[in-house]
Design a protein around this ligand. Structure first.
Ligand code: ZN
Length: 342
């Protein structure tokens, strides 16, 4: 089995996103060693490469390559934001660990468990130290372009306007009122918007925006996408404009192994710790590992739900509990009889 997380971080931190899971995994190995426990299955610690995607794109490169069984050829020649070559950097990292045994990407794996900070407020708010992660919600991105007609801001009366910004903002305001209020699991975000030609005294010719939609149910994600697309197109048409919408990213929801979730729950109750099943709002390496092997995650609370921020913080007691539950779950899985299975 494999336990671990990632060590890379966002430009502004924090110190716990990733590092907590990797260090917890090393702590479990040391504890097994100290206690003189020999497991039936090998326990491997992983620190996945480039999870955050800040230095190289895409993120989750290590776990993605593991699930693909090879390093995608498109990554050859990839250059980091600081100008270094991906292949050279990878070779340097491998050379710095001469005593670590080289394992084949995608080797058969019985289970993967990752400890991670929640990166949200719910565990802390409900005073629950362990989140047993059920899965990761699906994500879809849209590129939206609404085209109208640029014209003079002062001389063009209402009935002569084909204003794409007005059409888009009317549609978006309806969508903000409809999508998330109707479904607590839905997420709807417009993170980028721009207008051309971008002149203070001209009606825009074209406006563009992105849409980020998330939901744990694939069928609901389909419904939300259809609703968003039709509302924008209808409003554009009503105002004499034309909307073109293209999907730019699609990540299906992931459902983690129920058996592993039960193992983590049992590990928590054996340590007399409260746990709750919950969804992850963010991507993690476990999402990619889950494509080729049973995977699960243990969430621990972080202060104020704050993450990707220098102020990110995990209480010492919560870090200890997370590591303890990982150790219990690892013992349960690594010490069960294997009957020759991986
Ligand atoms: Zn992370």
């Amino acid at each position: 089995m494999v336990i671990g997380s990632h060590l890379d971080s966002q430009p502004a931190g924090g110190r716990f996103d990733g590092a907590l899971g990797t260090l917890s995994a090393f702590e479990v190995l040391e504890s097994l060693e100290d206690a003189g426990i020999e497991t039936e299955r090998p326990v491997v610690v992983v620190s996945w490469t480039n999870e955050e995607g800040c230095r190289f794109a895409p993120g989750c490169m290590g776990s993605m390559a593991f699930s693909a069984g090879e390093i995608p050829s498109a990554w050859r020649g990839k250059v980091a934001t600081d100008g270094v070559d991906f292949a050279e950097e990878l070779a340097k990292t491998i050379a710095s660990l001469p005593e670590a045994e080289m394992l084949r990407l995608g080797f058969p794996l019985h289970a993967y468990i990752e400890v991670h900070i929640e990166q949200g407020p719910s565990l802390e708010a409900n005073d629950i130290p362990i989140g047993v992660v059920k899965g990761i919600q699906g994500t879809r991105w849209l590129d939206v372009a609404v085209t109208g007609q640029t014209a003079h801001a002062g001389t063009t009366g209402l009935s002569y306007r084909r204003d794409p910004l007005h059409a888009l903002t009317c549609a978006l305001s309806g969508l903000y009122e409809a999508v998330m209020p109707a479904d607590p699991d839905a997420r709807f975000t417009v993170g980028r918007i721009s207008a051309e030609p971008g002149s203070v005294n001209a009606i825009p010719d074209q406006v563009r925006c992105t849409v980020d939609m998330r939901h744990p149910e694939p069928s609901r994600l389909d419904e939300i996408e259809r609703f968003v697309t039709s509302r924008i197109k209808e409003e554009a048409k009503r105002q004499g404009c034309n909307a073109e919408i293209a999907r730019s990213f699609d990540m299906a929801p992931c459902v983690f192994s129920d058996a592993l979730q039960q193992t983590i729950e049992q590990a928590a109750s054996a340590r007399k710790v409260k746990s709750t099943r919950m969804l992850s709002g963010a991507f993690h390496d476990a999402l990619f590992v889950n494509r080729v092997a049973p995977a699960a995650m243990i969430f621990v609370p972080c202060r104020g739900g704050l993450s990707h921020n220098e102020a990110e913080y995990v209480e010492r007691a919560h870090a200890v509990i997370g590591c303890d539950v990982l150790a219990q779950a690892t013992l349960a899985i690594a010490c069960e009889s294997t009957n020759g299975r991986p």
